[in-house]
Design a binder for this molecule. Structure first.
Ligand code: VGL
Ligand code: ZN
Length: 219
């Protein structure tokens, strides 16, 4: 095959919700959430050196979002229903334009080429970076990736059992090749095994689980 005939798979790094509210002392603190920031910075360094794009998502809720227990007369951590969909009731978090919605201070955010916002509709939660939980609305992400010719995603971030998981399942269903950077993820773990189960489910659906410690950083 001539070089010009080689089909080039373009990769991008997708950093999920690396925001203050999911890290130490945040409103929806994920255990060891801060630990993933150095992994994100390493990955971003390597992706930018290779000329690949780095995309980051932000959970971005209005103050009156109904997934917040306080706005739905519910108890934090319990499960209910919101507009016909199963809903975990969350503490108020990632309210748009507040301190908690900002990227973690140590994240090298200068390397981020594109930010995708999700969760703005107060009636529906939005774990995936592609669709809201009711699959009624799409974010910009799929269109952006297609426009850039990207078909392979390296995904990591917070939280393993919610936004990372649903982002990955949607990415697979949209036909992307997906790598999960395992040490770059931490989970909420309402049940202690939630993250482990999420990883199993992602793997079963076709995700390749990788570890940057074991792999030379070449993407
Ligand atoms: C998330 C719960 C509520 C996440 C966002 O980023 O995983 N989890 N909102
Ligand atoms: Zn949220």
């Amino acid at each position: 095959m001539k070089k010009s005939e080689v089909i080039i798979l373009k990769s991008a790094l997708l950093l999920v919700d690396l925001q203050k509210d999911f890290c130490k002392n945040g409103a929806l603190e994920v255990n060891e959430g801060d630990e993933v920031i150095k992994v994100a910075n390493k990955m971003a360094e390597s992706f930018s050196k290779a000329g690949n794009l780095i995309i980051a998502t932000k959970d971005w809720h209005p103050d009156e979002h109904k997934s917040f227990a306080v706005n739905s007369n519910a108890k934090i951590g319990e499960i209910g229903e919101l507009n016909g969909l199963m809903q975990v009731w969350w503490p108020k978090h990632c309210v748009m334009n507040t301190l908690g919605s900002e990227f973690h201070d140590e994240l090298n955010s200068e390397k981020i080429d594109k930010v995708i916002y999700k969760g703005m509709d107060k009636e529906t939660d939005s774990y995936s970076a592609f669709f809201d939980n009711g699959k009624k609305n799409k974010t910009e992400l799929d269109g952006f990736l297609k426009e850039k010719g990207i078909d392979t995603l390296y995904i990591m971030g917070l939280a393993t059992d919610y936004c990372v998981k649903y982002t990955i399942l949607d990415a697979l269903s949209l036909g992307y090749k997906v790598y999960l950077v395992k040490e770059g993820c931490r989970g909420v773990n309402i049940n202690p095994e939630d993250s482990e189960n999420a990883i199993k489910e992602m793997e079963k659906s076709g995700t390749l689980i990788i570890s940057i410690e074991k792999q030379k950083l070449e993407f």
